[in-house]
Design a protein around this ligand. Structure first.
Ligand SMILES: Nc1ncnc2c1ncn2[C@@H]1O[C@H](COP(=O)(O)OP(=O)(O)O)[C@@H](O)[C@H]1O
Ligand SMILES: [Mg+2]
Length: 326
């Protein structure tokens, strides 16, 4: 471990107000990223990945109660006033989403969309701004950037729109990019191109990347470290190589088994049986116990702590191999 973390989230808890009280979507998540590092945050749909990332951007609705701390370069983001939040959002920290069409404004030309963060965070003349937009479009691999700059989002393909969103996120050269399922809506070829682009930009700018995905295959290709979330909690965390070679949590094993593999002529896929529990009905002990083929008595009554194991990862499971001294 070298250097101070860029982002340091500690014991993050997020609940949403409902008719029957608060429903807990994130239950004590801690994670950190160093400058330039790529970390994958994985888990099935509904595990709390997006809620976690939106809390970093302070984009959750007012009905959300957020506790714990989110430090960026040592400063607690949760304590900032809205005016202070606007100074770092889209500047030091940017985010891209799964569905570019919902994040792009349909009535703004591409040039005006990408200029928005520049207008907000940089003092530039019109000419400088135009040149920067064209340069950004070129850097994300958009052909004929001068012409595309004049078009509207609906005139572009899904892959091109995602490139535009990346260009917009990169406009102020963020230190941290949060990418929430950036390729889920795209077909496989375009997906590979977008991941490749993110990797290039990340290396060129020494930017930290928090890559959120439900696909461990994407993590294997892109990330140094992986954090596996299940039902609002971290169940396993470690460097990608150790977690893939020696997964400790049955949920991680299940996710790994559900990556499509080309074995011989047939594709093998074993999805994990059952569903993520609903917020209103969380199991008392380990949240994965109802779906776990190995669950014992203790798993149903007590939540296992996140402990460091000999395989090098940290895991929250009563059945994991013996813990080693922290
Ligand atoms: N604005 C909201 N109000 C109430 N519940 C929400 C809200 N946003 C998300 N949730 C709930 O929080 C949980 C986690 O959601 P989310 O972070 O979107 O999951 P993921 O991104 O891992 O698929 C889900 O049960 C979801 O229904
Ligand atoms: Mg999500």
């Amino acid at each position: 471990m070298s250097g101070a973390p860029l982002l340091d989230i500690s014991d993050l808890r997020i609940s949403f107000k409902s008719d029957t009280g608060y429903m807990n979507a994130v239950a004590g998540v801690s994670l950190s990223l160093r400058p330039g590092e790529t970390v994958g945050l994985v888990g099935e749909s509904g595990c709390g990945k997006s809620v976690t990332s939106l809390s970093i951007m302070r984009l959750l609705p007012k009905t959300a109660k957020i506790e714990g701390s989110i430090r960026f370069e040592g400063k607690d983001l949760l304590g900032l006033k809205e005016s202070e939040v606007r100074k770092y959002r889209g500047n030091d920290i940017s985010m891209i989403f799964q569905e570019p069409m919902s994040a792009l404004n349909p009535v703004l030309r591409i040039e005006d969309q990408i200029s928005e963060p520049l207008r907000m965070h940089r003092k530039m003349s019109k000419r400088e701004m135009h040149d920067r937009v064209v340069e950004l479009l070129r850097s994300v691999g958009i052909p004929r950037p001068e012409q595309i700059a004049k078009e509207y989002p609906h005139q572009l393909s899904g892959g091109m729109r995602q490139r535009v969103m990346i260009a917009m996120a990169m406009a102020c050269e963020p230190k941290l990019l949060i990418a929430d399922e950036p390729t889920t809506a795209l077909d496989v070829t375009v997906q590979a191109q977008i991941l490749d682009l993110l990797r290039q930009l990340q290396a060129k700018n020494n930017m930290a990347l928090l890559l959120i995905t439900h696909d461990l295959g994407v993590v294997a290709e892109m990330c140094e470290r992986v954090i596996v979330m299940y039902a609002g909690k971290v169940v396993e965390e470690g460097d990608v190589r150790s977690v893939f070679r020696n997964p400790q949590h049955p949920y991680t094993v299940g996710l790994l088994n559900s990556i499509p593999k080309l074995t011989g002529e047939r594709e093998r896929l074993t999805p994990i049986k059952g569903n993520v529990p609903s917020l209103a009905n969380m199991p008392v002990g380990c949240r994965f116990a109802p779906r776990c083929p190995f669950a014992k008595e203790i798993c149903r009554t007590e939540h296992p702590p996140l402990t460091k194991v000999a395989a090098g990862s940290r895991v929250s499971c009563w059945l994991a191999e013996e813990a080693v001294a922290q």
